[in-house]
Design a protein around this ligand. Structure first.
Ligand code: AMP
Ligand code: ZN
Length: 500
């Protein structure tokens, strides 16, 4: 079956490898496969880490919408073996045997990560394999690389021979990040270990001391390097060549360059992934986020703390704010951006609720079946063009405030639901909370109705000062008025609500 024509839209994605937007043609439309490099679990995820999680979650949702929810496999690994983990475990759990401390640290951090991502509206990936549960696959892949002359053992280490990743006379290392070997050597400011035959060669396996985590291998007790983890796990769960590989732009070199070299050489394939996608970096108020600058924020801190702008920020606001820039551009996170997202979201929620969409249990099925607007879907399918997506969201919001209300509110909900910004449950909770606020508020409905009628009369007489006075008087009592115009009758509609 041609799934592309069934859903009626075509996806185009920018490929870092070709530096061009390409028509996305899955290898197997019945099983579209995506791999995204996941967290190293030693501390709370920072707000920059949330960007790839959200960006690729939106892509996952788009792929599910296009090919069917059961026809997409999204893998995001959990790096639970890493020297940063060892150092943090030793620091946080003094006196506890290191291996036990590591288990405690990684289990706690992994749980925190899953909780944070859920609050940001991210679906669980299809699988989240842990590195430590796939060591055999890594050893097998390294063994193949040695057998085929792509890797060598030296002083308990196994190193990948970068020069062996070539086509004829041409090196293939650097193709993805578009770097020359000279650039890469100059950029690798690390001290070159004496056992390396070439400064570019990188570690596949390294020896472990007795107190470090280690596994038996043909090269002694040791642990894997970081890059081999993604190559081994993507092959195990997605096969030697899959559709999309994603991560932040910082990973394009050396991590993805290394993954690609290992996988293509071990699997004897031309390609590891068809499309390589990278999100741009997140900055805070125009500056690179870093602990030393004191502008380092975790997702948890933004969701539950008060250090960013003196308050906490709901997950849906954070998610929307994160989606207000194209995923390949850098994004600046600021209180202004978050406030703007919150205002937009509030307006959309009110527009939906006021338009007759009633988020009560009896309507769940009907609401969840609502689809996105086709133009919005086309914008999203064009390399996730969020500017286009936002234009359509605003258009539907505006039209649902006046004119063909219910239809536009339905499109707005269907679209926001696809993007993971709202869900039936989030709207139901919002509606219940809003109703409770109105019920509990000590308001005199009669008085408000009279005031609105007086204001309407004042407006009809062009007595703007009196109309404003009435509006301001109500505002001072915590009643907000919003005006809109019914595009069919031209009549002014004034709604009121209690504001917190
Ligand atoms: P790490 O745990 O550092 O390997 O990062 C996990 C993911 O977050 C990777 O895809 C990184 O590229 C991404 N990432 C890290 N810092 C940022 C940032 N400031 N902005 C956007 N993405 C980031
Ligand atoms: Zn990776």
């Amino acid at each position: 079956m041609d799934k592309m024509s069934k859903s009626g839209h075509k996806i185009r994605l920018y490929n870092t490898l070709s530096k061009a937007k390409e028509r996305f043609e899955p290898i197997d439309p019945d099983n579209v496969r995506m791999y995204v490099c996941g967290p190293t679990v030693y501390d709370y995820a920072h707000i920059g880490n949330a960007r790839p999680a959200i960006v690729f979650d939106v892509l996952f949702r788009l792929l599910r919408q296009t090919y069917g929810a059961d026809h997409v496999t999204y893998l995001r690994n959990i790096t639970d073996v890493d020297d940063k983990i060892n150092a943090r475990a030793a620091r946080d759990f003094p006196g506890v045997p290191l291996n036990e401390a590591i288990r405690k640290l990684t289990a706690t951090t992994e749980r925190q990560y899953q909780d944070d991502m859920k609050e940001l509206g991210c679906l669980d990936p299809t699988r989240q394999p842990r590195a430590t549960e796939n060591i055999d696959e890594m050893i097998a892949m390294i063994t193949t690389l040695i057998e085929q002359g792509h890797a060598y053992e030296a002083q308990g280490h196994v190193l990948f021979r970068v020069a062996s990743f070539r086509q004829g006379e041409q090196t293939r290392y650097g193709e993805l990040s578009h770097r020359s070997l000279d650039d890469m050597i100059a950029g690798a400011r690390v001290e070159v270990a004496p056992y390396k035959k070439d400064p570019m060669d990188f570690v596949l396996w390294k020896p472990s001391d007795d107190d470090q985590p280690g596994w038996d291998s043909p090269w002694g007790n040791g642990r894997p390097g970081w890059h081999i983890e993604c190559s081994a796990m993507s092959r195990k769960f997605l096969g030697p060549t899959f559709d999309i590989h994603g991560g932040g732009i910082d990973l394009s070199f050396p991590h993805h360059e290394n993954e690609r070299a290992q996988s293509c050489c071990a699997n004897g394939t031309e390609r590891m992934a068809r499309i390589w996608m990278h999100n741009g970096f997140l900055q805070i108020n125009g500056e690179k986020m870093s602990k030393s600058l004191g502008n380092f924020f975790t997702v948890h801190e933004l969701l539950h703390g008060t250090k960013f702008g003196g308050r906490s920020w709901p997950g849906d606001v954070l998610r929307l704010a994160m989606l207000t820039r194209h995923y390949r551009e850098p994004i600046d996170l600021s209180v202004d951006r978050l406030t703007e997202a919150e205002r937009m979201l509030e307006r959309w929620k009110r527009a939906m609720a006021a338009s007759g969409l009633d988020f009560v249990e009896a309507n769940r099925g009907a609401c969840e079946a609502l689809g996105p607007c086709s133009k919005l879907l086309a914008a999203l399918s064009d390399d996730m063009n969020m500017a286009g997506v936002l234009t359509h969201l605003h258009r539907h919001a505006k039209a649902s405030e006046s004119g063909t209300r219910l239809h536009n509110a339905q499109r707005l909900f269907g679209s926001l639901n696809l993007l993971g910004i709202v869900s039936f449950d989030s709207m139901k909770n919002w509606q219940e909370a809003t109703e409770k606020l109105q019920e509990n508020a000590d308001v005199d409905v009669e008085k408000i109705t009279v005031a609105i009628a007086q204001r309407k009369a004042a407006l009809a007489e062009k007595n703007w000062a009196e109309a404003d006075r009435i509006r301001d008087q109500l505002a001072s009592e915590g009643i907000r008025l919003t005006d809109s115009k019914d595009t069919e009758t031209g009549e002014r509609i004034t709604r009121w609500e209690v504001v917190k």
